[in-house]
Design a protein around this ligand. Sequence first.
Ligand code: CTP
Length: 219
Amino acid sequence: MAGRKILVTAGPTYESIDPVRFIGNHSSGKMGIAIADEAAARGAKVVLVLGPTHLQATHQEIKTVRVQNAAQMYEAVHRYFKDTDVAVLAAAVADFTPEKTAPHKIKKHQATLSIPLKQTKDILASLGEIKTPSQILIGFAMETQNAKANALKKLKRKNLDFIVLNSINEKGAGFKHDTNKVSILTKNGDVYDYPLKSKKAVAADILDMAEKMFYSAGN
Ligand code: CTP
């Protein structure tokens, strides 16, 4: 991977409701940060677009672009994607954001409160639409039902080279843990099931697969 350009997204996004509140999720960014660190350790030039988390990458050479919300993440990713060999979108991006951010703190005048939400732009799908045959695009999926079938649909719909399916019912896997258990489904129809491992070791598996695909794409 020496000299190759890798773009990674990681962490949650925070969608502002008013100046003091947001809609977020439990992502810590650990998996994406581990991928960024591993890629940099392999000599890649890494840009990490990182949502709001107290964690950060450790490798000195990584360029980290901090963002808060899905719209900012979309903008940052598109700034770097043209000049990217491999993009790994590991962030837990909010699918919905408030239609409007209230300019002042919302007061509790009523007994109930509804906040109209609109869909955010799907960053991964937008890259799938513009990627060239030599660029490798990798997404993540977290499914609670028909996991592999749904992940495969997502892989096709978003025009990915492969998708990393997180097992969420597995002890020690997923949000905030230092370990993860994943399956990789490729566009060629291959399925690889991995055992529970450290996120660092999972990052290595993902980058091994990315390298393999990158070279078989004729690079
Ligand atoms: N993703 C993204 N931009 C979004 C939403 C998701 O780039 N606005 C990316 C994530 O980084 C991850 C993958 O898409 O790589 C996960 O998709 P997910 O949110 O699970 O699935 P959706 O396609 O939104 O479908 P659904 O929520 O219906 O499962």
